[in-house]
Design a protein around this ligand. Structure first.
Ligand code: FE2
Ligand code: FE2
Length: 354
């Protein structure tokens, strides 16, 4: 066995039986469970290799305590799920010198340990912006199809998409998210991804808690899921809708609400946002004609960001509206008593800060 003086310490949150035996990879001198990290002297090792779920906050807290106190000259490497931005971002925060996709292979280990072939974290983050939007779009596709066929809802993939969007918008900003989505996606998915980015940025810029940021992001992804039941020809119609077509479209909030209430374990305010995101404070919206006192905060925010997202969409028949033009329309609607002025002002601040 390699001596600790020139060897790697591997830290894992998996059961030790499942971890690579040191015999297979002689460079790994020792494998220890993450729970023991606080008790181990890290200083004799030439590198630390972490294989732990970096979306888990308890894991992050443990790692921070030990790794941030450790000499920067001892490189730390992380295994991450490929394309899972939340893990890449956390690895970066923990001072990663390099990352490799999980599961570790002999080649991967060699890449990590060879100083010349280290993958730049920045490159990995840049290339993953489009990957995040792609994964979110796949999760949306699955959710839309599940509603259409009235089958089970995959809450894990929606939660993961929501996490990665929070990281992507937080790291690269709203502008990059909107550009990426406009370049790669169309129609209803483009709309849902744009609205989600606008909501995430809003929640981050006004300083909401991470629980509320995640709620708003999930609400953004799911707000129009009821459109899965509406014919695409109506959804994508470039011109004005006939009254009969509007009646069909106007069913989507209730369709989405009924499906999610039956199939997903979501908080009541996310469900309310799905049902009521087309309601206006003056009672002129649909499907229930609610008035201000009946419309909660989360719903009000989703409504405003939904409109902003719709105006910012690029379609074959219309260019994307600029942020000042879109904000001016929201301000007119707020002056007319339909939207909450304070929230529209907060959105202006959030968009300008982005
Ligand atoms: Fe909608
Ligand atoms: Fe919408």
């Amino acid at each position: 066995m390699t001596s600790p003086s020139d060897a790697v310490l591997m830290i894992t949150d998996s059961p030790l039986e499942a971890s690579p035996p040191a015999a297979r990879w002689p460079a790994i001198a020792r494998v220890e469970p993450l729970g023991e990290l606080g008790k181990i002297d890290l200083s004799p090792y030439t590198a630390i290799l972490v294989d732990a779920d970096l979306s888990n906050t308890a894991n992050i807290d443990r790692l921070k305590k030990s790794l941030l106190a450790l000499e920067r000259t001892i490189p730390r490497y992380f295994l991450v799920a490929e394309g899972r931005r939340v893990e890449i971002v956390q690895a970066n925060v923990l001072g990663a010198h390099a990352t490799e996709p999980r599961p570790l292979t002999a080649d991967g280990l060699e890449r990590l340990l060879s100083s010349t072939a280290r993958q730049s974290l920045k490159e990995m983050l840049d290339s993953s912006s489009a990957a995040v939007a792609q994964a979110a779009s796949r999760a949306l596709g699955t959710a839309f199809e599940a509603l259409r066929t009235n089958t089970s809802f995959d809450s894990a993939s929606v939660a993961e998409a929501s996490d990665t969007i929070v990281d992507s918008v937080g790291t690269d900003g709203l502008g990059q998210w909107l550009d990426t989505v406009r370049a790669h996606h169309q129609g209803t998915y483009q709309h849902c991804l744009l609205v989600t980015g606008v909501l995430t940025n809003f929640a981050q810029k006004v300083g909401m808690s991470s629980a509320d940021i995640s709620k708003l992001t999930t609400a953004g992804l799911l707000h129009d899921i009821g459109k899965a039941t509406i014919p695409v020809a109506i959804l994508e119609k470039p011109g004005k809708l006939t009254p009969a077509e509007f009646v069909q479209i106007a069913r989507h909030p209730l369709e989405g609400y009924d499906y999610l209430k039956a199939h997903a374990n979501l908080s009541t305010d996310i469900l309310a946002a799905v049902r009521s995101h087309h309601e206006y404070l003056d009672g002129s919206g649909y499907p229930d004609g609610l008035v201000a006192s009946q419309i909660g905060d989360l719903t009000r925010i989703v409504t405003i960001c939904d409109i902003y997202g719709a105006l910012s969409e690029r379609r074959a028949y219309k260019p994307a509206m600029s942020p000042p033009e879109a904000l001016a329309i929201l301000e007119d609607m707020s002056a007319a008593g339909k939207l909450e002025p304070a929230l529209v002002r907060a959105l202006r601040g959030a968009v300008e800060a982005a």
